[in-house]
Design a protein. Structure first.
Length: 296
């Protein structure tokens, strides 16, 4: 079960990382809130279809008495996610993409700290893996730039909200219907982004149509599939492990930018990727040994 959950989270991180390229291409002629609104609306439509397709399983859970609706939990998750994404988008006007990636991924450290405050036990290998992953992210993203700006402060606050989102999902993922939770949180983000786009940006149809593929990928794959995989994966993975695995979106973002946009990877960035991979492996030793003992 641990392996299944970790693979789901790794796939989610892959989708989020490759979505970074889609966002760069998609926002070429769109404001950040307009792009976000379009992708979240499309993701919402996809999840409505998925919710309908799973109606048989849901009815079976109702008959068995195991069904728990995910609407209320989704509202909470959606509000947290909307604040996190909005702060991150505004911050990009004042800081670089690399520093944004690094500061956002501070949830690698914040999540275990928050989990301890909530009464969860965090094992030593999680702390060791988090430290290795954080150092890897520094090499991957910062490249020696240590000055801080107003935008960096906004990203730091958004990292706190991403931490809250991971811990919130950890609390409810195994208790409620995951599709309903995902559908509701994406719906909240769609509504919030649309209101922000109308209030702060000039919304036009043609630029949205021009960016259709980037919106499709960001909507269906990222907002629809990846966030649902996060909820399903966190049913089995511990919060500290989940944070480290999901931080791999930075690695996949760099790799996809290299492959699709022609951006170069330096030796320091490759070292950062290797450290992050080592950090993730360190956190998996104990769960794998425990799973082996149970099956032997």
């Amino acid at each position: 079960m641990h392996l299944r959950g970790n693979l789901m989270l790794l796939l989610a991180a892959f989708i989020w990382g490759t979505t970074f390229v889609a966002q760069m291409v998609g926002m070429d002629g769109l404001g950040p809130f307009t792009y976000a609104a379009a992708r979240y609306i499309l993701g919402l439509l996809f999840l409505v279809g998925l919710w309908y397709a799973w109606r048989g399983s849901r009815e079976g859970a109702k008959r068995a008495g195991t069904y728990r609706p995910g609407w209320k939990a989704g509202l909470g998750a959606g509000c947290i996610m909307m604040v996190a994404t909005s702060l991150q988008q505004v911050a990009m006007l004042y800081t670089t993409a690399g520093k944004t990636a690094f500061i956002t991924a501070l949830y690698i450290i914040f999540v275990p700290l928050g989990a301890v405050l909530l009464g969860k036990r965090i094992h030593p290998e999680n702390w060791a893996g988090a430290a290795m992953a954080l150092l890897g992210l520094y090499f991957l993203s910062i490249h020696g730039a240590v000055s801080l700006s107003f935008g960096d402060g906004l990203v730091f606050i958004s990292a706190l909200f991403w931490t809250g989102h991971i811990l919130f999902i950890d609390r409810f993922a195994s208790l409620v219907d995951p599709i309903e939770l995902s559908l509701t949180q994406v719906g909240v983000c769609a509504a919030g982004s649309l209101i922000a786009a109308i209030g702060f940006e000039t919304v036009a149809v043609q630029p949205v149509l021009n960016a259709w593929f980037a919106i499709f990928y960001g909507g269906v794959m990222s907002a629809g599939v990846a966030f649902t995989l996060q909820i399903l994966g966190q049913k089995y993975a511990e919060p500290g492990q989940a944070a480290i695995i999901m931080s791999f979106e930075a690695v996949f973002g760099v790799l996809s930018s290299w492959l699709l946009l022609g951006e170069r990877m330096t030796a320091v960035q490759i070292l950062g990727c290797a450290l992050m991979l080592a950090g993730m492996i360190v956190t998996q030793v104990r769960p794998l040994l425990e799973d082996r003992r149970r099956t032997s």
